[in-house]
Design a protein around this ligand. Sequence first.
Ligand SMILES: [Zn+2]
Length: 266
Amino acid sequence: MTIHSELLELCKQEKRITSEILTKLQEMENRRGYLDMGYNSLFDYLVRGLGYSEATAYQRQACVRLVKEVPEIKKKIDQGSLTLSAVTTAFKHIRKKPVAEKRKLLKSMENKSSREVKAMFLEPTPHIKIKKTEYVDKVLLRLELSHKQNQKLEKLTALKSHKHNLESLLMDLVEKELRSYGIDQLKAPESNKSKEFVVSRSKNPRQIPKRLRNHVLMSADYKCQHPGCDSDHFLQIDHIFPVRLGGDQRKSNLQVLCAAHNRHKG
Ligand SMILES: [Zn+2]
C-alpha cells in the first residue's frame, strides 16, 4: 500500500470516529450525564473529562448544539459537505436566530470552505463618502458618515476631549500615522545619515525592519523609483537583486517601487 492510500484510509476512519464521537456526545448532552459526574457543563466535560483543548471543545459543543436543533446537518458533516470548523464559525453568528433561519443558513454553507463561510458573516466594510474640492489656499472635504460611523467618531472625540476637538483630533491621527512611517514633516529634511544599514538580526531577508524600510522610503522621497514614474501610492520595498537569487536586505539592495512596477518586475 502506498502512503497515499494509507492516509486516505486513515482519513476515512478519522471521519467515522468524529461522527461517532458526535453521536455519543449528543447522548451525553441529552441525558446531561456529565452533571452526575461532577462537570458543570458539556464544555467543562469536554475539557476536563475528555482532555480536549478549549478550542476543540468549543467546536464539538457548537456542533452538538446545532445538530440538536437541526438534526439533518449531522449527515452533512459525516459526508463532508459541511465541515466542523464551518459549523463552529456559523455557530457564533446564528445561535440566537430562529431554527428555520439556522436551517436556511446552514444549507447555504454547504460545500463552502471555512474561509468562504467566514466571509458570509463578515459585516460589509463601511463606506465613507468624501467629496473633495480644492482651492488655491485650502482643500474642502465634505464627509458623509453613517450614524454608526459618526457615533464612533463622537466616542473617540469625547475620549480625547481633554486634549482635542474634532479638527485637531483628525490631524493628530493623521500625524501619528505618518510618524509610524518615520515622516515628521512633509518635506523630508536632508538626511546625513545615509550610512549603510547592515543586515539586521532577522534571518529572513524578506522581512525588512521598520526602521530600514522607513529609511529607504525617506531616501526615495516616498515615491516610486522606477525611471519616469513618481507615483506615491501603493509603495512597496523591492529587493533590486531578488531574495530567491540570494539578494539580501542591505540598503543598497533595496528600492521603492509602486505596486504596478513591482508587479511588472515580477
Ligand atoms: Zn511606479
